[in-house]
Ligand binder design. Structure first.
Ligand SMILES: C[S@@+](CC[C@H](N)C(=O)[O-])C[C@H]1O[C@@H](n2cnc3c(N)ncnc32)[C@H](O)[C@@H]1O
Length: 439
């Protein structure tokens, strides 16, 4: 990096908590150049000075910088495993705890264009909580002012609904000229505010904070600052739900880790002297949700017994969902070693590498998966997204085009993916996109 690139990266890291590495800085500055007239007008030194000022005008320039980061991908009821846990475990448990006060506070931190907080409002409405005797509020915040404006408007294209059942869409949205508008009964329960998690003061007294798919952008010190602030913002026994393996190693010690089959969540425990009260509020899990014991050898490595590949892969997926990267990687490697043609195991290996930040290695693996099974569309989806993330739009477009060809010319394949729960029009529209980042 040259000195301007280094200085602007440092400024972004200190203000937004997001590290921009040497691989990405060139493309990022090109994007800013397209959107900002100021960066062209001022010398590099003056531009940095301008950004460092705490003025309203500088804030406007920061908005441009934030919008160029392209980090707003989201959709309704994202992550079926976490949604199920919210529905079946977390929200019922909060209701149980709040039966006397009848007051619940939820914060969707890094809410992007609103799909996440509106999803939570839908879940609450299905549990009949928006009634006169319950005082419920959902706060939704994001650093990107444009996303917040869009969230307030509450109109969405069908790509925001990938995987959402038709009946839920019909019940909570009204179709208006190709856009789905969230109904007022849901919209009126969410309050949106533009807010930088990294620098601003914190809101208080939350029973649940969701901050999913946000930590992936931050470096560890920034994650730690935010987690400590979340800890202070939660009530005792309050829940924190973050993306899989996003910051598991940095969770403050006052949090209890609750491992469920489909996800992991954190609960703020009571101060030590009050710990006796805690068992009353224990989260009750159905027996099938309890994590199973995994056989270990003397070196505490996982033992793979002679069982079929499908079972081992299932177990590896469970580990990956719980953020146990080492265990997941060991199991997938074991399968791939004995059967290098198992494209499902290879694909999971690619996802693990991607989640661990080994993007180049993930790319090679996804390519291999396509080579082994040219009709495995998941690999086209992830590979093209990864190329977009690395700003290689020409490779991303090539992969999308190849995915589209498969889909358009094979009716059976459409049926296979329909059965897997994909919305075919959305898949087609994803593959038809020329560029853009899908995180
Ligand atoms: C990938 S989206 C995740 C949206 C949603 N939580 C989900 O899981 O679908 C990440 C969001 O985090 C927001 N974000 C990034 N840095 C932030 C910060 N410092 N403060 C607040 N929001 C931030 C981005 O603007 C973006 O909208």
């Amino acid at each position: 990096m040259n000195s301007f690139q280094e200085n602007i990266s440092k400024l972004i890291l200190s203000k937004l908590g997001i590290p921009i590495n040497a691989e990405k800085i060139g493309y990022y500055l090109d994007t800013i150049n397209k959107k900002s007239s100021l960066i062209k007008k001022l010398s590099e030194e003056k531009y940095l000075e301008y950004l460092s000022d705490n003025t309203t005008l500088a804030n406007e320039e920061w908005k441009i910088l934030i919008s160029c980061l392209n980090i707003s991908e989201t959709y309704f009821l994202r992550d079926a495993g976490q949604i199920e846990i919210l529905e079946k475990n977390i929200i019922p448990h909060i209701i149980e705890q709040k039966r006397s006060s009848k007051r619940i506070r939820i914060w969707s931190a890094g809410c992007s264009t609103g799909e996440e907080p509106y999803s939570i409002a839908i879940l609450l409405s299905e549990l009949l909580l928006f009634t006169a005797d319950w005082d419920i509020s959902i706060l939704a915040t994001d650093i990107n002012g444009d996303s917040i404006k869009q969230a307030m408007i509450g109109e969405y294209m069908d790509w925001s609904f990938r995987g959402v059942p038709e009946d839920r869409i019909k019940k909570y949205f009204t179709l208006k000229k190709n856009l789905y508008r969230v109904n007022d009964s849901i919209r009126s329960n969410v309050q949106f505010i533009e807010n930088n998690l990294f620098t601003t003061n914190y809101f208080k007294e939350f029973d649940l904070i969701l901050c999913r798919n946000v930590f992936i952008y931050f470096d560890d010190p920034s994650k730690k600052i935010i987690l400590d602030k979340f800890e202070r913002s939660l009530v005792d026994n309050g829940y924190l739900l973050i993306g899989h393996s996003e910051a598991a190693h940095l969770i403050p010690s006052t949090f209890e880790t609750i491992q469920l089959q489909k996800s992991i969540l954190y609960r703020k425990t009571l101060p030590k002297k009050e710990i006796g009260l805690e068992s009353k509020a224990k989260l009750s899990l159905p027996a099938k949700e309890k994590p199973q014991a995994i056989p270990l050898n003397q070196n505490r490595q996982i033992l793979v017994f002679k069982t079929n590949e499908k079972e081992i892969l299932e177990r590896a997926r469970e580990f990956a969902d719980l953020g146990k990267v080492v265990e997941a990687r060991n199991l997938t490697e074991e399968i791939v070693k004995s059967n290098p043609y198992n494209h499902n195991a290879l694909f999971l290996k690619g996802q693990i590498e991607e989640a661990s930040g080994n993007l180049e290695s993930a790319i090679e693996i996804y390519k291999k998966v396509i080579y082994l099974d040219p009709l495995f569309l998941e690999s086209y989806l992830t590979l093209s997204s990864l190329y977009s993330l690395l700003h290689n739009s020409s490779e991303s477009a090539k992969v999308r085009k190849a995915g589209l060809q498969c889909l358009l010319h094979d009716e059976n394949l459409k049926q296979v993916y329909k059965d897997k729960g994909y919305h075919i029009e959305s898949l087609e529209s994803f593959f038809s996109e020329e560029s853009g980042i899908w995180l």
